[in-house]
Design a protein around this ligand. Sequence first.
Ligand code: SAM
Length: 262
Amino acid sequence: MSDHHAKKQLGQHFLHDAAIIDRIVRAIDPRPGERIVEIGPGQGALTIPLLRRHGALTVIEFDRDLLPGLARIDAESGALEVVNADVLTVDFTQLARGSRMRLVGNLPYNISSPILFHALDHAGAIADMHFMLQKEVVDRMAAEPGSKVYGRLSVMLQAFAQVTPLFDVPPGAFRPPPKVDSAVVRVVPRAPGSIGVHDARLFAEVVKAAFSQRRKTLRNALAPLADADTLRACGVDPGARAEDVAVPRFVALGNALAQRRS
Ligand code: SAM
């Protein structure tokens, strides 16, 4: 497979560092009977060790040129299901086949946020996710209020999932090396009963508006959605900026507005 020319537009950076690959597989720690789905198997850097360890795997790969290599892996293992599709069009709930699957992958960085949001849209079908992402994205996902990188991605992810950065990966672990540092992150969707958000669409709207102009106070940034009294009633200081407001306060605010609309 080394004759495959990496396609930049598909975010193709193939892992070749055996120690890193082993660390990722150990972090995933597949257990018998689990349904594991890999996004972007590429040339099989993670696929082959996962198959060896787990015995069966479903992979979603967009690039047709990589299908012959995946077919060879399947012929050798006999337990690889290949879905040739753009992952953003895949119905994860259907793919989970009534159970909760585990999603893994060294993701194409150019669409990593859309993949995360697509997965959260199907959170009920996903037990957990282990993804290699741009380190800067992992930092934003896990950021706490007051941090420079705390923003929309932090609030949206943390409201619906538990985010745990696991370890960093240098560019040299990939061929070709990306221009950025990478990191592996574990994302565990919150159990449906423990998600406090009542109206996901309205919540997303509030968070987007709050962070749309980071320097504005919330009173101004949220003016079309919530007045100062509503903010105060939800424990949010109208003079504060979005970057200082904790996730549960955003949840309370979204819910107060949802209640008012219903
Ligand atoms: N897992 C391999 C590895 O670690 O060496 C490849 C990882 S590479 C960073 C990302 C992979 O995602 C590539 O195989 C690429 O073709 C695939 N990919 C890119 N866009 C995709 C999409 N929209 N849907 C499914 N796969 C995609």
